[in-house]
Design a protein around this ligand. Structure first.
Ligand code: ZN
Length: 327
């Protein structure tokens, strides 16, 4: 049980250590975070991996657990650190999207603020304390209770050509259907880890796969395989890169499509599919089964995910579309 592990700081020279991490910010002092540290016998880059920002995205959490046994300190350079469940206050509460202490979504609060709310302090601790000096931070997601997501990865574009090329190469390490480079305007506000990190020209990648709060073999394999490829890409692992089976369609925008009415959303298209501007993607029905409004694609693109529970309020997201890069 994690509760029996030691809480201690300092580092091992090489080998594997499991411990409970306590962050220095007193706002976070009621919680500890299970951390697996794997240090190679040779010096090299540091790779940080997490899951469980959204606690029902269990394929991602399972991948972060399995990854702890897939790095051999004798065969690797540098170090790998894994926190399999970031949203500790939500554990055993199964909260969708938010941290129950302040009701905020950790995923949209990076880089965080040390003097902000619990969520903001946690994002700051992840950004400035745990992952400080890391070559890359990878956060694994996908498949909350009411959603189905495509196999996709996310990086942040900045307008700096060299940074963007490397961020994209890291995101391309995942055997994704879709690889989304978020537009630079995302950096104007708190955002996902790739966004918060890119402000400081640091690398962070997100992977998404899974559905309905279920552990799914293909989704777990997707997350695990992508992280191992990133470890190869940055030089933690020696082996050659693996082959890719999915299309890794490069995209440069991420568009949310909201429900036009309160009602029951019945989708016509699945995640991963191509959609065209003006195409009807579904219909909002009343509880009497009467059609109230169509849900229409505002752009050409590829569907990233959709909600699977039909009941949605007007203004809630029904689905999201990634816009393909134009050559
Ligand atoms: Zn998520």
């Amino acid at each position: 049980m994690p509760e029996q592990l030691p809480e201690q700081d300092g580092s091992i020279t090489h080998g594997i250590r499991r411990r409970l991490l306590r962050f220095s910010n007193p706002k976070l002092s009621d919680y500890v975070w299970p951390l697996c540290e794997i240090r190679g016998s040779q010096p090299g880059p540091r790779l940080c991996i997490s899951a469980g920002v959204h606690v029902n995205e269990v394929s991602a959490i399972e991948a972060a657990v399995r990854l702890q046994r897939l790095f051999d300190p004798q065969e690797m350079r540098g170090s790998v650190e894994i926190i399999p469940l970031i949203n500790q206050p939500a554990r055993f509460q199964y909260s969708e999207y938010v941290c129950p202490i302040d009701g905020r979504n950790i995923n949209f609060s990076f880089p965080g603020k040390p003097d902000g709310s619990f969520t903001e302090a946690l994002c700051d601790a992840v950004t400035t304390e745990w992952t400080r000096g890391a070559a890359c931070y990878v956060d694994l997601h996908g498949g909350d209770l009411r959603e189905q997501v495509a196999f996709f990865s996310i990086y942040q574009r900045t307008g700096d050509e060299n940074f963007d090329a490397e961020a994209r190469a890291l995101a391309m390490c995942f055997d994704a259907e879709i690889v989304v480079g978020l537009p630079p305007k995302h950096m104007e506000q708190p955002g996902r880890p790739p966004t918060g990190f890119a402000r400081e020209r640091r690398f962070s990648i997100m992977s998404e796969a899974g559905s309905h709060g279920m552990v799914e073999h293909d989704a777990v394999e997707y997350h695990v395989g992508g992280v191992l490829n990133i470890a190869r890409h940055i030089g933690v692992l020696p082996e050659a890169r693996s082959q890719f089976a999915r299309g890794r369609a490069p995209c440069d925008d991420y568009i949310w499509v909201d429900s036009p009415e309160d009602g029951e959303f019945h989708a016509l298209v699945d995640p991963g599919c191509q959609v065209t501007k003006g195409q009807q993607l579904g219909t909002i029905y009343s509880l009497f089964g009467e059609p109230l409004a169509p849900v229409v694609a505002p752009v050409d693109g590829l569907m990233l995910w959709r909600m699977t529970h039909p009941t949605l309020k007007a203004g809630m997201a029904t689905l999201a579309i990634a816009v393909e890069e134009r050559q």
